[in-house]
Design a protein around this ligand. Structure first.
Ligand SMILES: *[C@@H]1O[C@H](CO)[C@@H](O)[C@H](O)[C@H]1NC(C)=O
Ligand SMILES: *[C@@H]1O[C@H](CO)[C@@H](O)[C@H](O)[C@H]1NC(C)=O
Ligand SMILES: *[C@@H]1O[C@H](CO)[C@@H](O)[C@H](O)[C@H]1NC(C)=O
Length: 310
């Protein structure tokens, strides 16, 4: 495994060298590296806008941290101005430290609208001293119902951790720090829908979900503890920005695995065995709910549940 990773790095280094010479990507203005590391609010504002309640969004810590708040009046949401087709998306997030029961903090990709595609990280709050639950979900062509829920192996309220998605032609991988927690593979060859046609935006929000979030709605939000804060830093979007004008005539603007589109490289298209091992460790030790094993909802497990990870 270490060897193939080394080969990959060498290959990437070679590709980027030849790019410097040939001006790789010059004819492909859609690909970007959009990174906010270290985080600067002024830079962030160029690529995101506040989609819901401006007054609940603030730059704190000298502009190095984005703060989203939920109070009695409102929650809030930010949205990227562009949409992206494939790529790497990451945010460092620190969750509300007090009683957060009934709140949901979300970091997700979505194409929005009818028959939408979506990839979700949803942090379900809890009463003081009880753990957050991380719920993930994947929608393909408007169909979701793929909830998985895990406890985290650290306290997400005490410091920043990174949550990321690698989305390519073969699969969608979701990571917590460096740990793979979930894979949704492209099974279009078996007639299953995949997230392959609709560009998705990047979103983050915090909202009141008292009716379902904590112990299925038993622990409601206590606004005496408001405002509830979620903190964000170091957003990264390495991706193909979809220019609607251009892409109407281009079926897929992001096919070639160039150095600027490393998420499409072979190494990321097949999931290495050690990564699968990590995911199994997480599932075995931290999973609290898996739609794949919910016989009441799915007497026959959905296709992707039985498909081997390749
Ligand atoms: C953000 O990135 C900077 C520069 O890499 C790093 O020093 C800092 O620790 C990061 N912050 C968080 C919250 O991850
Ligand atoms: C909250 O804590 C309770 C008790 O430990 C736990 O059963 C539940 O899964 C936790 N999280 C949520 C979101 O309900
Ligand atoms: C989209 O492409 C058109 C045509 O090439 C170009 O004129 C326009 O500036 C592009 N828009 C963005 C946001 O890059």
């Amino acid at each position: 495994m270490a060897l193939s990773k080394l080969m990959m790095l060498l290959l990437l280094a070679l590709i980027s060298c030849s790019c410097m010479i040939r001006g790789c990507g010059a004819g492909r203005p859609l690909s970007i590296r959009n990174t906010f590391t270290p985080f600067q609010y002024s830079k962030f504002q160029k690529s995101f806008f506040v989609a819901w309640s401006e007054s609940n969004v603030a730059a704190v810590d000298g502009g190095h941290t984005l703060q989203l708040s939920l109070d009695r009046q409102s929650g809030t949401a930010v949205s990227s101005t562009s949409k992206y087709l494939y790529g790497y998306f990451r945010a460092s997030i620190k969750l509300h430290s007090g009683n957060s029961a009934g709140t949901v903090t979300a970091f997700y990709l979505s194409s929005q609208g009818h028959n939408h595609d979506e990839v979700d990280f949803e942090f379900l709050g809890n009463v003081t001293g009880e753990p957050y639950v991380l719920q993930t979900n994947v929608y393909a062509n408007g169909i979701g119902n793929r909830e998985q829920r895990i406890f985290l192996w650290f306290d997400p309220r005490s410091e920043f951790h990174t949550y990321s998605v690698i989305w390519n032609h073969k699969s969608i991988s979701m990571y917590v720090d460096d740990m793979l927690i979930r894979v949704f593979q492209n099974n279009e060859a078996h007639g299953q829908p995949y997230l392959s046609k609709q560009p998705m935006g990047v979103y983050s929000s915090i909202f009141d979900a008292s009716n379902w979030a904590t112990r299925g709605g038993l622990d409601k939000i206590d606004f005496n503890n408001a405002p509830f804060h979620a903190h964000y830093a170091n957003f990264t979007m390495d991706s193909c920005v979809v220019n609607e004008t251009v892409t109407t005539s281009v079926a897929d603007p992001c096919v070639a695995p160039t150095s600027t589109e490393w998420w499409n490289a072979e190494w990321f298209q097949s999931i290495p065995a050690n990564r699968v091992g990590q995911m199994q460790w997480v599932n075995h030790n931290f999973m609290v709910y898996d739609y794949c094993t919910d016989k009441e909802r799915f007497p026959v497990a959905p296709f992707e549940c039985a498909a081997p990870i390749v």
